[in-house]
Design a protein around this ligand. Structure first.
Ligand SMILES: *Cc1c(COP(=O)(O)O)cnc(C)c1O
Length: 380
């Protein structure tokens, strides 16, 4: 959908330099380990086509996506023409976290996209592809150390350590595992997963060990291994709750005021009449709603800013509209055409998430397709 700043109901601004700075902050923190970038789900909704090249230009060499489709699309973004020019050495490694779907081997090989092998069937399919192609094929291997979601189970791990030939033809670029409770500093599962991972690595072929997501990076040096995999921290989310957020905010969302009306005491607002004014109020109607990813759970809970003044969402969020009580803002400062900050310096994504009863990941990945998107270098 084509939008412009003049016609759009709301404007989403993404600060690419902020994302790069966050990556550099994390890379400096984990050096000499490598810092990858997790850019699955369209770089957490912010636009992988803009985010990934900016990170690659800054020196990021490892990119994780969720699906094969995302991996193939990312190769085109990072190295246009790579699929048709075998001489063009891929400058970045791309890993597909969700693994290998049988029959997709050749598509991955053609674009130098690596599967994260998650079970023995995938391992066997990749070794078979290596035999067919007559060369070693790169891949990452995931071990389940306590998440019970993806990766070789403890039984599978034993089969591989007893029979290293099982991995013949695979050039292991990373061995990864994923923490279940990294955002809870003191959770006993963190140490237990770390110990389990270290133990199994001693019996695996050498490859970069990778355990930490954003939160895991802040659990301490022991969790860094040789490769860390931050996602949310790159996009300004707080890696650990209840602690000062060391990351720079990189997203701004401003929605347009369509109308402002004064309502008398006792008047109701919106579907279900869930807000009733206690006194005379001024209500501003904004051009964004749940179809744009403004979660409906923000009804009667969300906050925004008009300039430096806090305003509250009243009534239910509807599909394309929402209503704010702007009584505290002088009339001259909130008019049709005024923009209300819904995410930005006054309203961090973690605050929006708390108000909506969810996590910043869901706020970002819900960001809608109708926004006019602006990518800036140097702050937003
Ligand atoms: C999504 C994901 C990450 C990134 O997690 P963040 O919490 O966003 O840093 C890392 N590793 C795996 C396996 C993931 O699925």
């Amino acid at each position: 959908m084509s939008t412009s700043a003049h016609t759009a109901g709301a404007i989403l601004t993404v600060d690419l330099d902020g994302i790069v700075e966050n990556w550099r902050t994390l890379q400096a923190r984990v050096a000499p380990a490598d810092c990858a970038a997790v850019v699955k789900a369209d770089a957490y909704g912010l636009g992988v086509a803009a985010v990934a090249p900016a990170l690659q230009a800054a020196g990021c060499r490892d990119f994780f996506v969720a699906t094969i489709d995302e991996g193939l699309a990312l190769r085109e973004i990072l190295t246009p023409g790579a699929a048709t020019d075998p001489e063009c050495a891929p400058p970045a490694d791309i890993y597909v976290l969700n693994g290998l779907i049988p029959g997709c081997e050749d598509a991955l090989i053609a674009r130098a996209v690596q599967p994260v092998l998650n079970d023995l069937l995938e391992v066997d399919a990749w070794t078979a592809a290596a035999r067919r192609h007559g060369r070693a094929l790169p891949a990452a291997l995931q071990l389940d150390t306590g998440m019970s979601r993806l990766g070789l189970t403890p039984d599978d791990q034993q089969i591989v350590t007893n029979d290293p030939q099982r991995l013949a033809g695979i050039r292991l670029t990373a061995i990864i595992s994923h923490l279940a409770c990294a955002d809870e500093l003191a959770h006993p599962l963190n140490v237990s997963q770390l110990n389990c991972f270290r133990d199994i690595l001693t019996r695996m072929p050498p490859a970069r060990a990778s355990l930490a997501n954003s939160a895991g990076i802040f659990l301490g040096l022991g969790y860094h291994g040789r490769l860390v995999r931050p996602g949310i921290a790159l996009y300004g989310g707080a890696p650990l709750p209840y602690q000062a957020n060391p990351m720079r905010p990189v997203v701004r969302l401003d929605a347009r005021v369509l109308q402002v009306r004064a309502i008398d005491a006792g008047t109701t607002v919106g579907y279900g009449a869930t807000h009733q004014s206690a006194a005379r109020e001024r209500i501003a109607t904004l051009s964004a709603g749940y179809a744009d990813g403004i979660l409906r759970s923000l009804s009667n809970r969300g906050t925004g800013y008009v300039g430096e003044k806090l305003v509250r969402l009243v009534g239910r969020v509807s599909m394309d509209l929402m209503t704010f009580d702007v009584s505290a803002v002088p009339e001259s400062e909130v008019q049709p055409g005024t923009f209300v900050e819904l995410i930005g310096p006054h309203v961090p994504i973690d605050t929006v998430a708390a108000e909506a009863g969810t996590i910043a990941y869901e706020i970002l990945t819900s960001l809608g397709r109708r926004y006019h998107r602006v990518y800036t270098r140097g702050g937003c």
